[in-house]
Design a protein around this ligand. Sequence first.
Ligand code: NKO
Length: 203
Amino acid sequence: MNPWLLSIPLAYLLGSIPFGYLLVKIFRHEDIRATGSGNIGATNVARSGAKGLGIATLLLDVGKSFLAVKIALHLAPGNYDLAVITAVAAIVGHVFPIWLGFRGGKGVASALGVMLALSLAAAACTFGIFLVIFLLTRYVSLASMIGSATFPLFGLYFLPQRTPLVIAGLIFIPLLVIVKHHENIRRLLAGTESRFGKKKAVA
Ligand code: NKO
């Protein structure tokens, strides 16, 4: 079977599993979309008070997209056109899951998963940038946006192929992540974005 026909739909389906939503539904009988930022990502799950579920969400969201890209690289070793487009499909699945009316997460943990599968070195560099911004500001959203924006640079440096498709895919990923953070951008500019680990002051 053509690896493209298998890898891409499979990546979308894996990416579309909304682990944050499912874990909170199963273990807390709540809808994560009704609390905090309303996002289904690990940050909002942790923010809702479920630290353990937040960590589980992070690991599962990273794992599902990591697996999707590893499958592509297994079916077509060394084909980075396919690997990068599969990476995009996994993130698109997370951000636009059919199961939640195409309203999913912001693609940060799923982007980390595909980066780890594409290039450990590029993922480590991107994570380093994320960590610096996060430790300086305590804004997960800002660190995610700046981190993801640097990923194409590290990706182009470390990936063995720089075809037009690879370049387009690497640039598309942070654009999607940043666009999905539009509400966070508004809150950051207004000074109302919540910092990780800090309770909101009671007005
Ligand atoms: O609820 O809108 P919110 O404040 O939650 O959430 C904003 C946040 C959404 O993303 C997540 C995913 C979990 C992030 C935990 C970060 C763990 C380390 C990730 C390293 C990322 C590497 C660079 C980012 C690449 C896209 O933003």
